[in-house]
Design a protein around this ligand. Sequence first.
Ligand code: ZN
Length: 166
Amino acid sequence: MKDPFQEAIRARLETVSSSDGHLTVPVKPEEIAEQFGLAVVRTPLENNVGGFILKKHGEAVRIYVNSNDSQERQRFTLAHEIGHYWLHRDDGGEFGYVEYRGELSTRGTDPVERWANSFAAELIMPARYIRMAWAGGGSLDGIQERLGVSDAAFGHRLVNLGLIGR
Ligand SMILES: [Zn+2]
């Protein structure tokens, strides 16, 4: 599979206007989904499900996000589902994935799920933005708040970028 970080950067550049080279945060995955023609439905789902994505033959891709989750979790779930879409967008076939609680972390072992998590992390927590903010003396709390992500997602990201220890 292609590098998830490079692919997330491509996805962002295809959809988010950044002509001046600056990233605007928080990144809005709903706008990215819309520009890819993906239907996003926010609705209460079972407690153990963060969301799912479904592509049926002849229909648009539909993404469901559990509206009982926090805005931060919903943002990551949506970004993760966009990752699944990105992996399939050129093959034209049917597909579906369900995100169960606990799998929306970098600890998952399924290679496709790990890919989608890595893609989601770069999509909404751009490494370039975090490194610049960090180098500029920004507080971690402030950076996290501007990105609009959960403690867990932000913590994983900082470890993966080598900015904090495990
Ligand atoms: Zn998934």
